[in-house]
Structure formats: C-alpha cells, structure tokens
Ligand binder design. Sequence first.
Ligand code: IPD
Ligand code: CA
Length: 284
Amino acid sequence: MECDATELLAIAVSVARPAAELAREMRVSGVGDVTTKSTETDVVTAADQAVERQVRDALAAARPFDQVLGEEFGDAPRPGGRHGLRGDGASQGADGRSAVRWILDPIDGTVNYLYGLRPYAVSLAAEIDGEVVAGVVIDAATGEEWTATKGGGAFAAGRRLSGSGQQRLSQALVGTGFAYTSARRAHQAQVLAGLLMHIRDIRRFGSAAVDLCYVADGRLDAFYEKGLNAWDHAAGGLVAREAGVLVSGSGGAPAGPDLVVAAPPGLHEQLLGYLERLDAAGGP
Ligand code: IPD
Ligand code: CA
C-alpha cells in the first residue's frame, strides 16, 4: 500500500464526506444526549462520538494498520486491530509501525452544532512520519469543502486558494477563539482587549478548523488562538499554509498548544508582534 499525499487526501475526502453527512442528518433529527468533558461548557454530543466511530471504521477498512488520533477517543489502538503494526513495508518506519497517522476532529464547532449555528466541520488530516501531508475540512452545515496536500496547493470548489493578501493590520479582519476554562479565557480576554484597537475587527465563528480555511480563502485576513489541540488545526493549518499563509506559534515555535497564528506574509510579523507583546502564548 503506497503512502502518497494525493492518495491519502483521496481517502480522507471519501471518508469525511459521509461523516459530514452523518453529522448533518443527526442535527436535523435533533441533538440527543449531551454530556460534558473538561468543563461544564465543553460539550460532547452523541453525534461527535458517532461521527468519530464511523470515520475510524472507514479508515480501518481502507488502511487497517495506520494510527488514528481523534478528539473523542484519543489515540488508543483500534480494538481487535494490530496495534498500528503493518506488514506491507511501503509506509512502515524502522520499528515496523505505520508511518501514517490520521488526526480527526469529528465535529469542530460542537457548541455551534448544539445551538443549530454554523459552521461545524469534520476535520481530517494525514501525517507521514509526524508531518501533515494531506487534509480536508468539510463544513457539514453548508457542504463547503477545503482540501490541501503538502506542496500541492489548497483548493475549494476547484479554486486554488491564496489568502487575502492584506498587508495592513489596521485593516485586517481577524478570527480567534476561546478556551473552555475560565482562567484561560480571562487571559484571552486581556489579549483581545489589547489587540482590538489595532485591527479592523474580530470574528469568533466557533470552529478553528473552519477559521483557518477562511484565512486560506480570504474570508478572514488572519486568525490566532491559544490552547488548540492537534485535531483543531492539523487539516486547516495545512490548507492555510498551502494557500501561502504563514502558520506559526510564538517566538519561532511551530503552531501548537501555546499559540496558532495564521496570516498572509505581509501581515504575519505585525500580528505576531502584537500577540507576543500581549503574551498571547502565556497565561494559564
Ligand atoms: C473548539 C472550536 C473553537 C475553539 C476551541 C475548540 P470543538 O473545538 O474549534 O472554535 O475556539 O478552542 O476547542 O470543541 O468545537 O471541537
Ligand atoms: Ca475541535
């Protein structure tokens, strides 16, 4: 079994489309059981879990020996699977493990989903040896789809994406998001208060994966958030990068839990400068 970015993207798209359809259908028939995770505002619905199960089953059928990291069920080996070991050689590392890992957010924008708002999205990325090489984000509410392969560009509805090209921070429409813990939110509010007078305006759409795709297609000029997990930004981050957008963390670090900043090359340094002075990557 070859592990080539284009092929992995084709699998990702073929798995993510029915997953988005399942999420949408479950929304139409009403959000059922709702429980909470890290805090009482961090919700998980029956659909989050059903979509993740469906994607895991589809990936296991297509590529049984790959690893999967998903928001709802973590990175545990598939029950009855072969613990990530594969026998065909093409994608194996020296230790015999598959070099491919899938990173899944079954519903990014769960609070929107709960309230019947958009966007909410299935986000699925494929890594080879720890590097994201393919990704798809589908806004299940609208059917909009963004895809990218490493070095192959980012696309939506057959259009190649190239970001907004905005160069003036004072004219920039900037997306962001907030954590589920009140201590981190207090810090995020201070950072936002310090930034707001220097930009055109702020948007909080409720799905980091879609925010990053909006930066890729120019609907937002830039995006930043502290506290994101890999499943929130793996696919959307690749879409943004492949659209020519710079995606980084703070102080030369790669994008990660401390900070994700995505902005076109003419804007990135200005935005990151403000965020670093405001200690956006700091706090709880
Ligand atoms: C959340 C969304 C939101 C972001 C939060 C994420 P979830 O993911 O991406 O926009 O601000 O930090 O946790 O909980 O809807 O999967
Ligand atoms: Ca998420």
